[in-house]
Design a protein around this ligand. Structure first.
Ligand code: HDD
Length: 717
């Protein structure tokens, strides 16, 4: 019988060796695994969680081969029980995210500004773990939703962990944490039917925000191209709130934190974002992972706007109001250091999922201000980890553990890992020599702000002005960015089922910009504009800055040229292999990621040899690439011109304003796709050969990322 059982096990499941021949149970496969690499578990036996060796991992224990399974099968039961409990609650917001390890390096000794240890020396490096995220969608939702993006950084400093939990947008929807649960309930999928997923284009979101006009400024950002970044690597980060820096002498300054990407700030276009969400829902996760695997380590500069209480009092807005930014024209950004992400996580769950960012985690030299949104956050993050990570000991999970030693008298609780010795778990004590003792002035000391006021609910008058900065943001955008904003409002509001909410949205926009309101009304087929929403503040605060140079994505083209940009070279049987080589190699030399794309993957017979295609039109459609090259070769050009998927690829590259390099007779493919060739823009290059000049032009078109001058309304293609 036992022989019978093991014989059948050998013919099933994955019990075959490299040769495909059955392998006897107990024989380690590590030395010659199927793909030829050695696994690091070499020689290890499969065990239960109690370390008991498992003889058979394929069959449950039964009374007879066809008999009932037995309750005493602890191996099966442990395996299933653990599996049944594999999931933890996802984050209530920012459930979908991707992360990486890296370091922060201080440019200088900034101790005149702050006592924070990580900024105390030129060249000092502090390890970091960074998680980027969308806000509204669930853990398995698409990456390219229109949404704010989380930008959370955990600094493992020698004086404890500092979590800078920000977004890619410098302002927030609401001013007071009291409103946060309502905002989140409104934006998430509607509770009766659980739709839509990862989208704000539905009634409850717009119902809430149009009844809450303090959302006007952030609405402008989310509806702009900032709401659909090209990559996590290509977006800015902001801590949003005003914080304090305090130096060793106790001198305090107010600060706003900014992360600026070396990769530049770039976005998708909406039609592209929608299509990517189908073609590759993991688009941003993959992008970050692949860049780091390829050694293209993304980098950001950390800077601060530093200002005094006296300066702040003069501003036309309140620096404790999270719906307001400080224009850089008023307070420029001082660079502090750089952050490099150079290592992917080893395990998604252990690190990316279990990392617990908390705004309460700050270190000596940094302190909060009285921003009423921040106050609620100081509570909420620690609180949410208790249910998400199962108790008060989440700081012991390796990704959350500080590098600084932890000594205190907190004890026990669910999932406690530390084994405390001795009988003293209180302070003061004499039995343990008074240890651990208080650090006094060397420890974290809160800024000694004087507070003498009545307890009340309400807000300062400046908080009631909601539109000046929304207007400034709109005025600061390039014409094509302004068009995208109008289109985005038009799209989102078109999805509403309650016309009154659409009207209220346009009424809100009339307080931001009349032409924008009119364009959105046109999108919605509204004959008459509604009255503008009543203003909450009659004070008429005069904004210092009407238009800021820093708010358009175009302000930061980046310093990395075409590195990591994805270029498709379209091929088919008969493509001129020499021309493909002539263009591919120099692009790769400049750091671009080049993929040969055609009707199928694998080998094709090209002119002058075989080409091995990386991708097919079906598995990697146009929106996944930043640019397209169509190689010449008359037979290939003919077949591509008859191939609907190839033509769709070309059309989308054109419609999304991406660079196209079209060599020789390949222009016939453009003609077949109906691309207008009469007045080519700088991104549409029709050349006879892939020579140096063509390459230079293409590289510069690719550096520009997109060619919005091509946009027409409606799109021609
Ligand atoms: Fe929050 C997560 C950013 C306001 C309550 N938030 C979370 C994350 C980011 C932000 C990036 C994900 C962190 C991660 O990757 O694990 N949140 C912000 C910003 C805000 C903000 C920039 C405004 C300036 N948040 C905010 C308020 C509250 C919360 C006002 C509640 C009072 N946020 C949470 C939370 C989350 C969270 C419910 C969910 C998961 C988590 O904390 O760890 O506690």
């Amino acid at each position: 019988m036992s022989e019978l059982a093991s014989a059948s096990s050998l013919s099933e499941g994955n019990d075959t060796g490299k040769s495909g021949k059955p392998v006897a149970p107990g024989v380690c496969q590590a030395a010659g695994s199927l793909d030829g690499h050695r696994c690091d578990a070499s020689g290890r036996r499969l065990t239960t969680n109690q370390g008991v060796p498992v003889s058979d991992n394929q069959h449950s224990l039964k009374a007879g081969l066809r008999g009932p399974a037995l309750l005493k099968d602890f191996v099966l039961r442990e395996k299933l029980t653990h599996f049944d409990h594999e999931r933890i609650p996802e984050r209530i917001v920012h459930a979908r995210g991707s992360a990486a390890h890296g370091y922060f390096e201080s440019y200088a000794d900034h101790s005149a500004l702050t006592a924070a240890a990580l900024l105390s020396e030129k060249g000092k490096r502090t390890p970091v773990f960074v998680r980027f995220s969308t806000v509204a969608g669930e853990r398995g939702s698409k990456d390219t939703a229109r949404d704010a993006r989380g930008f959370a950084v955990k600094f493992y400093t020698e004086e404890g962990n500092w979590d800078l939990v920000g977004n890619n947008i410098p302002v927030f929807f609401i001013q007071d944490a009291m409103k946060f649960p309502d905002l989140v309930h409104a934006v998430k999928a509607e509770p009766h039917h659980g739709m839509p997923q990862a989208a704000s284009a539905h009634d409850t979101f717009w119902d809430f925000v149009t009844l809450m006009p303090e959302t006007a400024h952030m609405l402008m950002w989310v509806m702009s191209d900032h709401g659909i970044p090209r990559s996590y690597r290509m977006m800015k980060g902001f801590a949003v709130h005003t914080f304090r820096f305090i130096n060793r002498e106790g001198k305090a300054s107010l600060v706003k934190f900014h992360w600026t990407p070396k990769q530049g700030t770039h976005s998708l276009v909406w039609d592209e974002a929608v299509k990517i969400s189908g073609a590759d829902p993991d688009y941003h996760r993959r992008d970050l992972w692949e860049a780091i695997e390829a050694g293209e380590y993304p980098e950001w500069e950390l800077g601060v706007q530093v200002f005094s209480e006296e300066q702040a009092e003069q501003f036309s807005f309140d620096v404790l109001d999270a719906t307001k930014l400080i224009p850089e024209e008023l307070v420029p950004v001082t660079p502090l250091g750089r952050m490099v992400l150079n290592r992917n996580p080893d395990n998604f769950f252990a690190e990316t999922e279990q990392v617990a960012f908390c705004t309460a985690h700050i270190v000596p030299g940094i302190d909060f201000t009285n921003d009423p949104l921040l106050a609620g956050r100081i509570h909420s993050y620690v609180d949410t980890q208790l249910s998400r990570l199962g108790g008060p000991n989440f700081h012991e999970i390796p990704i959350n553990a500080p590098v600084a030693p932890v000594h205190n008298n907190q004890r026990d609780g669910m999932h406690r890992q530390a084994v405390h010795r001795g009988r003293v778990a209180y302070e003061p004590n004499s039995l343990a020599g008074g240890c651990p003792f208080q650090a006094g002035g060397a420890g974290f000391v809160s800024f000694p702000e004087q507070v003498a006021a009545d307890e009340l609910r309400g807000k300062p008058e400046k908080f009631a002005e909601h539109y000046n900065q929304a207007r400034m943001f709109y005025a600061s955008q390039a014409p094509h960015e302004q068009k995208h904003i109008a289109d985005a409002f038009g799209f989102e509001l078109s999805k509403l089922t309650v016309p009154a909410i659409r009207h209220r949205a346009v009424a809100l926009l009339r307080n931001v910009d009349e032409t924008l309101a009119q364009k959105v009304a046109d999108h919605l087929g509204m004959r008459e504009l509604p009255e503008p929403l009543p203003l909450a503040s009659k004070q008429g605060y005069q904004p210092e800055v009407q238009r800021s140079e820093h708010l358009s994505l175009l302000a930061h083209p980046g310093e990395v040229g075409i590195r990591t940009r994805k270029v498709a070279i379209m091929c088919a049987a008969g493509t001129d292999a020499a021309e493909v080589q002539a263009i591919a190699q120099p692009l790769m030399d400049k750091g671009a990621v080049v993929r040969l794309v055609g009707p199928h993957v694998g080998l094709i017979q090209a002119k002058g040899g075989e080409l091995d295609l990386d991708a097919s039109f079906a598995n990697s459609p146009g929106p996944l690439f930043d640019a397209l090259v169509i190689a010449p070769g008359s037979e290939a050009v003919k077949s591509l011109s008859d191939d609907g998927q190839a033509l769709e690829f070309v059309k989308e590259q054109f419609r999304h304003c991406k660079p196209l390099l079209v060599i020789g007779e390949a222009r016939e493919v453009l003609q077949a796709a109906g691309i207008p060739l009469d007045n080519p823009d700088k991104g549409l290059l029709l050349v006879s050969k892939a020579d140096d000049k063509a390459l230079r032009q293409f590289v510069s078109a690719l550096e520009a990322h997109r060619h919005p001058e091509r946009e027409t309304d409606p799109p021609r293609v």
